[in-house]
Design a protein around this ligand. Structure first.
Ligand SMILES: [Zn+2]
Length: 221
C-alpha cells in the first residue's frame, strides 16, 4: 500500500458498498452473493441489434442488489477500486466464450463526452478497460469519440434513447481494423443497448467485422 493510500484508509476505512461493513468496498460475503450468470449460447436468429453482434454480461442488474450498490458507488462516488472486481467477472466471461479461443481481441471503452468527463473526473468504461487489459494481455483501442453531449440515457424513455444517441459517436480516422480481431465495446451497464449499438455502428462503418458489447450487468430493457 502506498503511504497516501494507507493514511486515507486509516482515516476513511473503506466500507462495503452493499452491506456497509468496514474493510472493503465490496466485502467477501457480498462478493459471494453476486449472481454470476453463465454465458448463454449465442444464436444468430436471435440477433437483437443491427450492428452489435451481441452483449456479453456477467450479471442481471435487477436480480442483484449487491451489484446495484457497487455500480452506483463505482460511478458516482469515484471508487475506482471496485472496477477491479468487475473486470475480474468480465474477464471470466471472455474466457468462457468459444469464439475468443484463437482470435485476438481489442478493448474499446465507450467514451464520455468531454464535459461529462470533466464533471466526473474519470470515465468508468476506461477504468474497466484498464483493469481488463491487466487481467489479460490485450490491446486497448480508444478509437471512439463522443461528439455530442447527449442527455443522460437513464433519464429517457426507451424510444427516446436511440434517437438521443444518433451520430453521437465518431471513429478516429486512424482506426485500422485488423482482420479476424474481435472488438469488445466496454461499458458498465447495458439497458436498451442504444449506446453500444451506436458505438458499434461507428466501428462497423469503419471496417470492423465483429463487435460485441461487454458490460458488468444487463438491466431490463
Ligand atoms: Zn458487504
Amino acid at each position: 500500500m502506498r503511504p497516501l493510500e494507507f493514511i486515507l484508509n486509516t482515516l476513511f476505512p473503506p466500507r462495503c458498498s452493499s452491506c456497509k461493513q468496514e474493510g472493503a468496498f465490496l466485502c467477501k460475503s457480498c462478493q459471494k452473493e453476486l449472481k454470476i450468470k453463465p454465458i448463454s449460447p449465442y444464436k444468430k436468429k436471435e440477433k437483437e441489434f443491427e450492428y452489435l453482434d451481441g452483449v456479453i454480461y456477467g450479471m442481471d442488474y435487477e436480480e442483484n442488489p449487491a451489484v446495484q450498490a457497487a455500480v452506483k458507488q463505482f460511478k458516482y462516488k469515484y471508487t475506482k477500486e471496485l472496477g477491479k472486481s468487475f473486470a475480474k467477472v468480465m474477464n471470466t466471461k471472455i474466457g468462457e466464450l468459444n469464439m475468443t479461443k484463437n482470435k485476438d481481441i481489442e478493448l474499446v471503452p465507450v467514451p464520455l463526452h468531454k464535459k461529462r468527463y470533466n464533471q466526473r473526473g474519470f470515465n468508468q468504461a476506461e477504468v474497466l478497460v484498464d483493469y481488463l487489459a491487466k487481467e489479460r494481455e490485450v490491446e486497448i483501442t480508444p478509437v471512439l469519440k463522443r461528439i455530442r453531449n447527449t442527455s443522460q440515457q437513464a433519464k429517457l424513455k426507451k424510444e427516446q434513447r436511440h434517437l438521443n444517441l444518433k451520430n453521437a459517436f465518431l471513429l478516429n480516422t486512424n482506426f485500422v481494423h485488423k482482420k479476424d480481431n474481435i472488438i469488445f465495446l466496454v461499458d458498465d451497464i447495458c439497458t436498451t443497448g442504444a449506446t453500444l449499438e451506436n458505438c458499434a455502428k461507428a466501428l462497423k462503418n469503419g471496417g470492423a467485422e465483429k463487435v460485441y458489447g461487454l458490460v458488468i450487468a444487463r438491466a431490463n430493457k
